[in-house]
Design a protein around this ligand. Sequence first.
Ligand SMILES: *Cc1c(COP(=O)(O)O)cnc(C)c1O
Length: 363
Amino acid sequence: MKWNESVLSLKPYQPGRTVDEVKKQLGLTEITKLASNENPYGSSELTKQALSEWNQSFALYPDGYATVLRSALANLYNLRETQLIFGNGSDEIIQIISKSLLEPGKNTVMPTPSFPQYKHNAVLQQAESREVSLVDGAHDLNEMLNKVDEHTSVVWLCSPNNPTGLYINHEDLITFLDQVPSNVLVVLDEAYYEYATAEDYPDTLALLDKYTNIIILRTFSKIYGLAGFRVGYGIASEEIISKIEPAREPFNVNSIGMHVAARALEDQQFIDECKKKNTEGLEQYYRFCKESNLNYFPSQGNFILIDFGIDSDEVFQYLLTKGYIVRSGKALGFPTSIRITVGTKAQNDNLIQFMKEFIKTPV
Ligand SMILES: *Cc1c(COP(=O)(O)O)cnc(C)c1O
């Protein structure tokens, strides 16, 4: 076969072991997965209602314009409907942007460690990736600017950043946007936007009028608790949306996912509650880290990266035997840290107890 070199150079995504596999293997009856930043409270009751009321034929293609969901989001955020694009998760919007703007001879600037799909798609498009190391877990915006040249077509910003949880504040973002050439698309990946509590976390929607070269990515997979349905979206100027639309498959988002997502938007109380409990959960971890003298990054997301100062796989394995699946930092660029999704209060308490035991256990 005459495979593309770009594809041969990539490894397929390694899914974590499923809860059932781990149960079987370790003979455990209960497993708590705090590895993929999923919402421990599930999703709004309204989403369950929406699903049970679904009565359209499975034989029909979805609405390729996402009319209902589009109108609901435009209303909620006071946007024009033409400022939105929908994807099979925001993962797919990353792919659509990459297909539209990256090709051999062009380059793209991104932070590292960060969300792996920016680089993955750049490789597929055979564009050059210019990776700029985080400094103390945060974007090095000055260095990212230095890397931009006349061949740069996309800059990726992830805020709050996965896996560190740090964010780009309003002032720093503005300073950055003022200096990026207006013919470079700046992607603001805000998958965890709804969790952010910092006073100076930027209101990026308000920047759309002034900065016509930005696109904001958001998703129903995180705080809305609908990762299984795969619905994400991008928000930008009409001009940008109309340019990338042709790179989207006509029926990329499934009918039921769109229907449920639209209903989820009606329950903002659920979102507020999840946000509040998440903030309290983060406090549990901060206390633990301080008591145990462990380094961590304060997080604006629903996860926390904690440095144990030893091979992260060891911490991971220990917690696995206790029935907790977390994410080892090794594959995330932090080989001595683990990334934990903030769970319910009881889950956090239990996990913290096990981490305390682990620290006391002589190696
Ligand atoms: C989870 C995540 C996404 C992708 O979410 P989808 O499920 O594809 O919508 C995008 N960016 C970051 C930083 C994420 O953590």
